[in-house]
Design a protein around this ligand. Structure first.
Ligand code: C2E
Ligand code: CA
Ligand code: CA
Length: 463
């Protein structure tokens, strides 16, 4: 080969290599941007916020400085969404983000960890943190003074801000974020349109009892004290066992088996539910694989708390568990409460679509108790409606409750959804469901929640 030709080919090869590298860099950049930034506003998402907070905490511990976390929640955001639709809601959110951005100093980090919430992180505060917080909160609140114009309509938007401080209120990132969040709820009730500092005493009557309970819950996770029981779900007409609902219990070494109603509210409030819920998903996946390996294939439902739905990475985490365990996602059903789903529709729809795209089935829990927009329901990839137990309790005796159940059954048929009646305790209720053509039911009359072993015995009888 001619030397000049060789050089040319080499140069061409090098160029090609460069192109590939460039393309790879761009891909990587894009990947990083996607995982760390909220696509709607371009602001850092929860993951990036947590990363910054961890670094800020490390610096603060070394330098003896303080950190403030300001959790900002937009009041009445739902109104815009409901009256003008999601696109308008999205536009409002991104306009809001730019106004808040302008009101933020360049050294502070403004992020968007959830649908209509923003978190401002102020690190490296050397002195007078109250003044720093006061000024920052003022700037954010003032930034929303002027109305927003969306689709020609003017909107006055208010926000409530909750603040927690390191080291005053908490020593680690999850707790700081959780405290800012709970301070925000207090701001909503006592200082709407204003801001509130976290105060432990205002939280409950006996803060000491609470602390020990949340410490124990945290420990329960580490010590793997949670267990799942499974309540069978049956076909009403033929009695076949077609699925189970995973229900969480806490096996406390001191107090025995504790029902979810006794600890989930606190776990919700402290944010621990995110880790607990994550454990539930992992455990359900493992159970599915274990049962499948023995030829048992029930549909397995698990409950998702509203708070989990506020995590942008929720569906990714679920998909991660599915991949890790090799579970069949089509055998898994995520149960979301009707009210949680309708509360944060923008964020929620993305999560629902993602879960659906990963192959999971979706169910609306406690249906009938919340307020549902039928048009939205029609668009949602939700295959199952679970009729709220409160209605079943009064069926068939109470005519109104019976009418509601019948209406939900008709609605679900019209929309091509499957209905499950919960809390079936009596023969009369079961007969009513059979007469009304309800496809599926669960309840103490049919079977109580059982440990996995118990379900296996039942399945062996029916499969
Ligand atoms: P849910 O999702 O509505 O679950 C059904 C509840 O009804 C269960 O209570 C079940 O034991 C109970 N139940 C079933 N049949 C009957 C019946 O015939 N009569 C009566 N009176 N009750 C019946 P459980 O296990 O105490 O769970 C209560 C709630 O705790 C659940 O309500 C759900 O909201 C929540 N929960 C349970 N497990 C989890 C979980 O893993 N994650 C989250 N976030 N929440 C969970
Ligand atoms: Ca449920
Ligand atoms: Ca339910």
């Amino acid at each position: 080969m001619e030397p000049t030709q060789l050089t040319r080919e080499l140069a061409a090869a090098r160029d090609a290599l460069l192109q590939v590298r460039l393309a790879l860099d761009v891909e990587r950049e894009r990947g990083i941007t996607l995982t760390f930034r909220d696509p709607l506003t371009g602001l850092p998402n929860r993951m990036l916020l947590e990363e910054h907070l961890a670094l800020a905490l490390a610096r603060a511990r070394r330098a003896g400085t303080s950190i403030a976390v300001l959790h900002l929640d937009v009041d009445a955001f739902r109104l815009v969404n409901d009256s003008l639709g999601h696109l308008a809601g999205d536009r409002l959110l991104s306009n809001l983000a730019s106004r808040l951005g302008e009101a933020t100093r360049s050294t502070d980090l403004l992020s968007r960890p959830g649908a209509d919430e923003y978190v401002l992180l102020i690190a490296d505060i050397e002195a007078d943190e109250h003044r720093v917080v006061e000024e920052a909160a003022r700037r954010l609140i003032d930034a929303l003074d002027a109305p927003f114009t969306i689709d020609g309509a003017e909107f006055q938007v208010e926000c409530s801000i909750g603040v927690s401080l390191y080291p005053r209120d908490a020593s680690d990132a999850p707790e700081l974020l959780a405290h800012a969040d709970s301070a925000m709820y207090r701001a909503k009730t006592v200082a709407r349109g204003g801001w509130a500092l976290y105060t432990a005493a205002a939280e409950i009557d006996d803060p000491r009892a609470r602390l020990s309970m949340s410490t124990r819950l945290r420990r329960a996770l580490v010590r793997q004290e949670f267990v799942l029981h499974y309540q069978p779900i049956f076909e009403v007409a033929r009695g076949a066992l077609i699925g189970v609902e995973a229900l969480l219990r806490w096996q406390d070494p001191d107090r025995g088996l504790i029902p979810p109603g006794d600890f989930i509210p606190l776990a919700e409030e402290t944010g621990l539910i995110e880790q607990i819920g994550d454990w539930v998903v992992g455990a359900v996946c493992e159970q599915q694989v274990d049962w499948a390996s023995r030829g048992l294939h029930p549909q397995i439902s698990f409950n998702v708390s509203p708070r989990q739905l506020r995590r942008l990475d929720f569906s990714d985490r679920v998909a991660g568990h599915v991949r890790r365990t090799g579970a069949d996602p089509t055998r898994l059903t995520a149960e979301l409460t009707e009210s949680a789903t309708m509360e944060d529709p923008v964020e929620c729809e993305t999560i629902l679509r993602d879960l659906h795209a990963h192959g999971l089935r979706l169910a609306l829990d406690d249906f009938g108790s919340g307020y549902s927009s039928l048009s939205r329901l029609r668009e949602m990839p939700v295959g199952t409606l679970k009729i709220d137990r409160a209605f079943m309790r009064e069926v068939p005796g109470n005519r109104e409750a019976a009418a509601i159940v019948t209406a939900i059954l008709r609605l679900s048929r019209a929309l091509g959804r499957v209905a499950i009646a919960e809390g079936v305790e009596t023969e009369a209720q079961h007969q009513f469901l059979a007469d009304e053509g309800c496809p599926l039911a669960q309840g103490f009359l049919l079977a109580r929640p059982l440990p996995a072993r118990g379900v296996e015995e039942l399945l062996a009888l029916t499969f």
